[in-house]
Design a protein. Structure first.
Length: 343
């Protein structure tokens, strides 16, 4: 068997090593390697919305591939081109987010601003891409079971849907420090580039800490990244870490990580990384409900409208961390789903 793996060229950028999509894509790489499947990678310029894929695909003899896997759903025209040039090739498209819901959350987070209106436009454009990608592809391999049931099954034939959960590839597991002493600290992760969804979660985290007033002085609170990037007013009690070259160390030494926003779909890869670091995740209830069941033991749902809820969550983080390794089960599920598709 031979596979063509169409990926964003950002995957080769060292600065994007910890980007969620990079980690997820490398999960497919790990699968191909473990199964002994011959695979060619075809990078496309992600900043151009994958419009370069058609010209790059035209340089390939697509008939040599049993299957072609496209990361993201932004290139339905490329999928249609593949089916025309190589009808026997199985086409799989990876959904990292339910784009209609995800981009609508971007719009809500930005409000009635120029950026918000641009996000609203992309809501409809990306929803069209989702629909057409599902129509032209043989399979949609979704990162979220919740999104299959509440989104994809309404726009794509259910026979085309496969749940392929995110798992942390071994190349990333190897980077996690071992034997780190836990500290009474709670960390909110941002990203290198401004993101309204992360900004919303960060603002909610700041409010939750401010509501503690003089309590819980034995805890330290951190936000990763640079305050100048997000321009969010922050009390002295919360410290910004600056850019972290090795974020896993900060994660591993923290008793808690927070994700206090309902906004955004797909799967937040840092949630699983926190679990594998022995770190509790404090998150909103709606986000908790969309998580794979394998992770529920490690996640503490809170009500962002309740001052007491965050306090109670911090207290729960003093409990012994649950045993188990959900990454093993998620990896097994992902491999089994791909095995079933590719026989």
């Amino acid at each position: 068997m031979k596979i063509l793996h169409v990926i964003p060229d950002s995957i080769y950028d060292p600065k994007q090593l910890y980007l969620g999509s990079t980690k997820d894509i490398r999960g497919r790489t790990e699968y191909f390697m473990e199964r002994g499947i011959s695979c060619d990678e075809l990078p496309a310029k992600s900043k151009q919305g994958y419009t370069e894929e058609l010209s790059r695909l035209s340089e390939k003899d697509l008939r040599q591939y049993n299957a072609i896997v496209l990361e993201m759903t932004f290139s339905p025209t490329a999928i249609k081109y593949i089916k025309k040039k190589s009808p026997h090739s199985l086409v799989l498209v990876r959904s990292h987010n339910a784009e209609l819901l995800h981009r609508w959350d971007w719009t809500r987070a930005q409000g009635l601003t120029g950026k918000g209106l641009r996000s609203l436009r992309h809501t409809f454009i990306n929803a069209k891409y989702d629909y057409l990608s599902g129509k032209f592809a043989d399979f949609v391999i979704s990162i979220s079971h919740w999104e299959n049931e509440h989104y994809w099954k309404h726009i794509v034939d259910k026979s085309k849907l496969k749940y392929v959960p995110f798992f942390l590839p071994e190349s990333y597991n190897a980077l996690m420090p071992k034997g780190i002493q836990k500290k009474m600290q709670c960390v909110n992760f941002t990203a290198s580039a401004p993101n309204p969804l992360i900004a919303h979660a960060t603002t909610n985290f700041i409010k939750a800490v401010e509501n503690l007033e003089a309590e819980y002085n034995d805890w330290k609170f951190y936000i990763t990244g640079n305050q100048s990037t997000y321009k969010i007013r922050t009390p002295e009690r919360i410290k910004w870490t600056g850019f972290l070259e090795y974020p896993y160390r900060t994660l591993s030494e923290s008793k808690a990580m927070v994700l206090l926003s309902d906004y955004g779909y797909g799967f937040k890869t840092k949630i699983l990384e926190a679990v594998l670091s022995g770190t509790y995740i404090i998150m909103t209830k709606r986000l908790h409900d969309r998580m794979p069941e394998e992770l529920h033991h490690y996640c503490i749902p809170v009500d962002t409208n309740s001052k007491a809820s965050f306090r109670e969550a911090l207290e729960q983080c003093s409990r012994p961390f649950p045993e188990g390794n959900p990454n093993i089960e998620l990896r097994k599920q992902a491999f089994s789903a791909l095995d079933e598709i590719l026989n």
